[in-house]
Design a protein around this ligand. Sequence first.
Ligand code: NAD
Length: 367
Amino acid sequence: MADRIKIAVIPGDGIGPEIMEQALLVLNEAGLKFGFEAETEMLLAGGASIDAYGVPLTDETIEKCKASGAVLLGAVGGPKWDNVDPSLRPEKALLGLRSGLGLYANLRPAKLFDELAHASPVKDINDTDILFVRELTGGIYFGKSGEYMSEDILADGTPYGKVAFDTESYSEGEIRRILKIAFDAAGGRHRKITLVDKANVLTTSRLWRRIFLEMAEEHPAIETECLYVDNCSMQLISRPSDFDVIVTSNMFGDILSDEAGMITGSVGMLPSASLGAPGTPGMFEPIHGSAPDIAGTGKANPCAAILSVAMMLRYAFNYNDAACAIERAVAKAISEGYRTCDIYSGRPEEKIVNSSEITLAILKFMG
Ligand code: NAD
């Protein structure tokens, strides 16, 4: 009898439901081939939840996610909800899911498909295959913040007026657990890890660096380097293929992983995984948003969502063979010239296709 895996599915808004439909076809096919049955429960979050329940995320949805083996998410948000109360914006659903499920590690691969290299704004990027490990529930996005009025005056006589502040703090425990994930990941890849920080300025970064160097001594087989974030943003452009695993704080990871994503082509190709404590459900989603500009046109590239299914099978359910089969099939569809609009560049070997046509090719190449 086939194993049963339980998945909370949140299609979301805009192109979310369209790419999710394709991703679920691939999940189902992987189940047939690799002997598991996916039991999916469809849930609402983001704008769809605001429309149905008045809030972007309900407690019931969080509870259902917690009771699943993994959460598969499309994308949330869109212009329809741009003017709602800021505390009720669709994107609040993402923060609610991350904190509700304790998802402290964000894994974002930025892997180049060779056939798309010519479309990258950066040259000499062959073999680029970076895994970003970003801390997701600490740092400046979660620190104390506020506003107050000040009577102080700047040296040139300008009054301070209103002052706004955000604070960054990290505990040793928070740093150690994310570094552990990064060292483990590097061990299964090319055994190189880069810590990105701003240790020449920030106290939090110096704590990150001290713990990183301690852990580096415990992992002699892994090559380690430390880069300041400003330097790293340049090195990513000049030598992207030299990186293997990059580990960093919440805000630096947010910015650098988008930069690296752009180097490797379209956001439509890039999946992500957000993980918490062992044994708790992770969340798997494309890095792109709900693309309202192309919603309903059939143009959405489902590859990021399909590759998110692969990450889910690998990290949440340990079906590594199924994950590899999906990744190989996506690579084969690209090498055979199948292109949605976002990755089409008009070369003779390319054929422009819609969301379902590229999915059909991927299903075919799964064997
Ligand atoms: P976006 O990622 O939705 O779109 C940026 C550009 O990339 C658009 O031109 C879009 O057409 C294109 N694009 C994105 N995904 C694509 C795909 N799969 N195939 C082809 N083209 C694709 O970013 P945005 O326009 O800044 O945001 C739109 C909405 O999505 C906003 O409401 C934003 O808040 C939300 N958003 C949600 C998430 C999420 O759910 N994780 C992430 C980012 C943005």
